[in-house]
Design a protein around this ligand. Structure first.
Ligand code: PGA
Length: 222
């Protein structure tokens, strides 16, 4: 199974999300799971659209359960509206919001408790440190996305040889069965080479255009 995730980040308004769904031309497939990760405020809208061509992901989750944590959205609330996956530890969360390895490990625990699959983003420098603060059982139940900082949003996608090596390292440190995706300036032109060496891709910029994202999904299925 290959995974292709559209991470819309903090982009789009309600009308644009509706347009994204309408313009997406991907088909449901047993070989590829397409996943849409809109802003938190659009999760219900996408869920209500009931489109079974893609699964629904959150871009973040509270590290705490239901309770007195003002402003936080917890895993149980996400589950209730049909969220199946959640991105955690994206470098933008680590960098701009100061998220720590320990907080990210807590988020993973919250998600797994609710049966939501965490998509843990890692750059090479903290592959080991992040694993060190996680429950070893949790390490087997996640999807990992290798996201080199230099490749994100830069147009400088990582060379496939390096990705191959890092996938091996992630399998050694976490579990050799976890799906490992690559993320960082993925486009319809380079997705094929990554799909040969890993289990899919996490797409930022190129996913904002639903037609481009559809072509990425098609390329990975081909
Ligand atoms: P990008 O973003 O595709 O725009 O490089 C990837 C990501 O941040 O996950």
């Amino acid at each position: 199974m290959k995974y292709v995730i559209a991470n819309l980040k903090s982009n789009k308004n309600t009308a644009e999300v509706a347009d994204w769904i309408q313009s997406y031309t991907g088909k449901k497939s047993d070989a590829v799971t397409a996943i849409l990760a809109p802003s938190l405020v659009h999760l219900t809208q996408v869920s209500d659209a009931g489109d079974d061509r893609f699964a629904l992901a959150a871009q973040d989750v509270s590290q705490f359960p239901m309770g007195s944590y003002t402003g936080a959205v917890n895993a149980r609330q996400l589950k209730e509206i049909g969220v199946q996956y959640a991105i955690v530890g994206h470098s933008e969360r680590r960098r701009y919001f100061g998220e720590t390895h320990a907080q990210i490990a807590n988020k993973i625990a919250q998600l797994l408790d609710e049966g939501i699959t965490p998509v843990l983003c890692l750059d090479t420098e903290y592959i080991v440190e992040q694993a060190a603060v996680m429950d070893p059982e949790h390490q087997k139940k996640i999807i990992v996305a290798y996201e080199p900082l230099s490749a994100i949003g830069s147009g400088k996608n990582q060379d496939v040889g390096t990705v191959t090596e890092v996938v091996k390292e992630i399998h050694q440190v976490y579990d050799d069965q976890v799906p490992v995706l690559y993320g960082g300036s993925v486009t319809e032109d380079n997705v094929r080479e990554y799909s040969l060496v890993c289990d899919g891709v996490l797409v930022g910029g190129a996913s904002l255009d639903p037609k481009h994202f559809s072509r990425i999904v098609a390329a990975i299925t081909a």
